[in-house]
Design a protein around this ligand. Structure first.
Ligand code: ADP
Length: 468
């Protein structure tokens, strides 16, 4: 909850803050440029007017003072631009004597432009009158004359221009406001498209942590967030599977333990009730022996598995003959297979190179694979065992059956711990996981090829011992 607010806050400060600063700069720069453009244009306009007046007066300046004075008056009286500007004539005393409007300006109104012109710099001034009106004024000095006129001054009100500048600035501000709103709305939409799924993912992950794997995250878009949703959904499926597999494992193992225990208990009671029936006693003892063997094999398998999980599984490697171990394993199972109506076919080759390995563990792998081949075959099935050399550095043991086979969906997973593709047969689902690990620890490979309804072939490839 807190995090998502932080993302929104960070986005707001980083992006909207930045856009706001940029737009503010644009507005300020726009206002400055507009003002300078309009004021310069106004100044140029006034300046051209002044030059016109100066050139008219220039012609009569050498005339008599009365003639000069009348031509000055005529210029002022005929001032055509009186609607927007005012022409003034200033005397040598610095007083306004003639104006095109006929009104003499208030004495307190500043005439800085005139003062500047007298000082010799440009006679330009922008400021406010005593009425508060903003004006632009331009003064140029007249050549010395007998009429006593010192300068011509033109004044223009800036109110209209200021309103125009303000109007344009307001338009720029409105456009910037619209840009900011659009950036905010689209950004908010974008942030929500991240924040909301993240919040949903967080809530779902919390449920997974509590052990509820039933919920799935709805994927909205095909982007990185969508990919994350897929990954999390896949993770939930895997977690749920592994949870199921563990539960199945516990129930399979309990079942596996119960079957021999029931047989042992039953026969023990039978023997106890008929201690003198030697035939029953010997049959019972045989069953008890076989079931005890099965129990201890299973406990060994479980212990091996637990050692592998803890990394405490070790091998006692020595130079060994694979054929001897394979022959033993076939012999152990041939009898049982016959009883189940399954034929075990084994053409033992004369010789195979030795390998460097743990003979008990290798035999355990063979037993496990042959046991599976018989277990997953039905009456009349054929289990064939072959030993060969695919190349000079490896030996290969193939154990094929004509049993139920494995579906293509299950095939990649059956070497995974606890995974059982077939719940109709006894087994804990760890035999192949242990066998695969043992072969890998010998630098070999355990491949399984299978076709459902046709049969399965397990290929065990082991490296031959290098002659030193
Ligand atoms: P399990 O103790 O259940 O046999 P394994 O690890 O040995 O466990 O095998 C895992 C699964 O692989 C089995 O549950 C079974 O579905 C499948 N499987 C293994 N070998 C064969 C086979 N020869 N034919 C058909 N299915 C097999």
């Amino acid at each position: 909850m807190n995090k998502s607010r932080n993302i929104t806050q960070r986005w707001f400060i980083n992006n909207i803050g930045l856009i706001f600063i940029i737009l503010l700069t644009v507005i300020t720069a726009g206002a400055i440029l507009l003002r300078s453009f309009y004021y310069n244009s106004a100044r140029q306009y006034l300046s051209s007017k002044m030059n016109m007046v100066a050139s008219i007066l220039q012609n009569s300046y050498n005339d008599s003072s009365t003639a000069f004075s009348s031509s000055v008056r005529s210029v002022v009286e005929n001032w055509a631009d009186r609607d927007c500007t005012e022409l003034m004539i200033i005397t040598e005393k610095g007083e306004v004597e003639l104006t095109s409007s006929g009104f003499v300006p208030a004495v307190e109104d500043p005439m800085e432009d005139y003062a500047k012109a007298v000082e010799g710099s440009s006679g330009y001034y922008v400021g406010r009158l005593s009425t508060g009106e903003k004006v632009m004024a331009l003064s140029i000095l007249l050549p010395k004359n007998d009429a006593g006129y010192s300068a011509v001054r033109v004044v223009s009100s800036m109110t209209e221009i200021d309103w125009q500048i303000l109007f344009l600035v307001l338009i720029i501000m409105a456009v910037c406001g619209a840009i900011l709103t659009m950036a905010f709305v689209s950004g908010m939409y974008f942030v929500r498209s991240i924040v909301l799924p993240v919040r949903q993912i967080g809530a779902t992950a919390r449920r997974y942590a509590e052990g509820d794997f039933s919920v799935r995250i709805k994927k909205k878009n095909n982007d990185e967030i969508g990919e994350l949703c897929d990954i999390i959904n896949h993770m939930a499926e895997e977690l749920a599977n592994s949870e199921n597999m563990k539960n199945e494992f516990i129930s399979s193992v309990s079942h596996e333990l119960r079957t021999p225990l029931t047989a042992i208990k039953g026969w023990a009671e039978t023997i106890a009730s008929m201690p003198d029936d030697s035939q029953t006693v010997s049959k019972g003892m045989r069953v008890i022996g076989a079931e005890t063997e099965r129990l201890s094999q299973m406990v060994e398998e479980l212990l091996d598995f637990s050692r592998m999980q803890n990394g405490r599984f070790t091998l006692n490697k020595a130079t060994m003959d694979v054929l001897a171990e394979l022959g033993d394993a076939v012999l152990i199972y041939a009898e049982r297979a016959r009883r189940d109506g399954i034929t075990v076919q084994y053409d033992e080759p004369d010789m195979l190179p030795f390998i460097f390995g743990d003979r008990n563990r290798i035999r355990q792998v063979f037993i496990n694979i042959i046991d599976n081949a018989i277990k997953y075959s039905d009456k009349g099935g054929l289990v064939s065992v072959q030993a060969l050399m695919p190349d000079a550095d490896h030996i290969e043991i193939d154990i094929s059956d004509t049993g139920c086979g494995i579906s293509p969906q299950d095939l990649p997973k059956i070497k995974t711990k606890f995974y059982k593709a077939n719940y109709t047969r006894r087994g804990s689902g760890i035999g192949l996981a242990v066998a695969d690990e043992i072969i890998a620890m010998h630098g070999g490979k355990l491949d399984i090829l299978s076709k459902q309804g046709v049969g399965t072939t397990v290929k065990i490839i082991l490296p031959v011992q290098k002659k030193s």
